[in-house]
Design a protein around this ligand. Structure first.
Ligand SMILES: Cc1cc2nc3c(=O)[nH]c(=O)nc-3n(C[C@H](O)[C@H](O)[C@H](O)COP(=O)(O)OP(=O)(O)OC[C@H]3O[C@@H](n4cnc5c(N)ncnc54)[C@H](O)[C@@H]3O)c2cc1C
Length: 385
């Protein structure tokens, strides 16, 4: 499919409006890259192409809270960057059945943040010339990351890592892997507990295969590491989980915004569908029950969105707790499945078609109740306070 040229734009009135306009222009200019069917085919989700195009348009770099600028300009720089990230995720929740947004969120809010203090690698990620995944979960368990079978060892003068990971977002397209691994021989530090390591995905000792799942079609992968050389120790033994726990506060708040905007997109479609669909001689929307269901979902979306935006404010202030981030993630995950389920039912058999927006959202919503910490783990975190 040929790409249409970028939209001509009037000069924007503020940097934020300018960013929103650039995202809209990017989306309009890349219909082929963002077409839903490309993201439904497990063999071809164009993750690399999308990240490369976003990077070369400067959209990743401009939504990145550059630590040096944030230090100089204080909270305003962080606020601007997070505001832009929200614009990016909100817009991407509406295209390609919401699927491309999963790859973008993993890249921007997970990978680049965990490499924030590694400028040599960060530059490629923000320019979109390299891609990255976070590999924590193992086939034997993802909720309890304190007991891992992936291990780091020192062999000769070289650190290597051996083990298996699975359901790792963006792994089939990654150049770099952030790997959580146990360090029984204290090869990276004197403490007990996992280390966080950087590994080249294309280097020796690494095999990656795309996994089939109900949702997130083609986007997750299984990784086998067999004495894969470690490029860098990002957090030594005993510090890997600590680094991830701090990171998850940010990831869960941003993920909750993405899920809320996915739900809002599904609801908008459901409203249009109910307006057009005729049953018993009148539009479905003329039934009070249908209007009440849609109104209730709309109120729930507004509620969960406000909670998530409050989470962003707390991130900017540096006071967002793990419990608050877990509340946001839990509520948004329940919301997305509820909205998708109701919207599918309202669309009748059409909604049951593979690739219908509500059907995809329901499948992806099930995955998002697991990814980034399961609903049950969120409830445990909320209970701990
Ligand atoms: C679409 C998708 C994307 C993902 N992306 C990534 C990624 O990029 N990187 C990565 O590392 N992982 C990723 N994951 C994996 C995800 O993080 C794990 O699936 C999740 O952490 C749960 O681990 P598990 O599947 O091993 O389930 P288990 O830990 O085996 O848990 C099984 C069930 O028991 C529940 N449970 C566990 N312990 C308790 C308890 N004490 N009390 C009550 N209930 C409990 C869990 O909530 C779950 O429902 C992804 C998963 C999906 C589906």
């Amino acid at each position: 499919m040929t790409e249409t040229p970028a939209l001509r734009r009037e000069p924007a009135s503020s940097p934020d409006q300018d960013y929103a306009d650039r995202v809209a222009a990017f989306i309009a200019a890349h219909p082929g890259l963002l077409a839903a069917d490309r993201w439904e085919d497990p063999a071809t989700p164009p993750v690399r192409e999308l990240i490369a195009a976003l990077g070369s348009a400067g959209l990743l770099r401009d939504a990145w809270p550059n630590p040096a600028a944030a230090e100089k300009k204080g909270r305003s720089a962080l606020c601007l960057a997070l505001g832009r990230a929200i614009q990016l995720h909100s817009a991407f929740a509406r295209v390609g059945n919401g699927a491309p947004g999963a790859a973008v969120l993993t890249h921007l809010e997970v990978g680049t943040r965990l490499l924030a203090h590694h400028p040599a690698h960060l530059a490629g990620l923000l320019d979109g010339t390299s891609t990255i995944s976070l590999a924590a979960t193992e086939p034997d368990g993802g909720s309890d990351l304190s007991t891992l079978s992936t291990v780091v060892r020192r062999e000769g003068g070289q650190l290597t890592v051996t083990g298996e990971k699975w359901f790792i977002s963006n792994a089939p397209f990654a150049d770099l892997l952030l790997v959580l691994a146990d360090d029984p021989e204290h090869a990276t530090g004197a403490r007990n507990g996992p280390a966080l390591l950087l590994v080249a995905a294309g280097g020796g000792g690494v095999k990656i295969e795309a996994l089939a799942g109900s949702g997130h079609t083609g986007l997750t992968g299984a990784i086998v590491l067999d004495q894969a050389p470690v490029l860098e120790v990002l957090a030594p033994a005993g510090h890997g989980l600590l680094m991830l726990m701090r990171h998850w506060i940010h990831e869960r708040v941003m993920l909750s915004l993405r899920m809320t905007e996915l739900a809002a997109g599904v609801l908008d479609d459901a409203v249009s569908g109910a307006r057009e669909r005729q049953t018993f001689g009148s539009p479905l929307l003329t039934n009070q029950h249908v209007r009440f269901v849609l109104a209730e979902l709309s109120a729930e979306i507004a509620e969960v969105r406000s909670a998530a935006l409050q989470g962003v404010r707390l991130l900017v202030e540096g006071t967002c707790s793990a419990a608050y981030a877990a509340m946001c993630k839990y509520r948004a995950s329940v919301l997305l499945r509820r909205v998708a389920d109701e919207a599918l039912q309202l669309a009748g058999a059409d909604g049951y078609r593979t690739g219908h927006r509500a059907e995809r959202a329901l499948r992806d919503g099930l995955g998002l109740a697991l990814a980034g910490g399961t609903d049950e783990l969120m409830l445990m975190q909320i209970g701990r306070g």
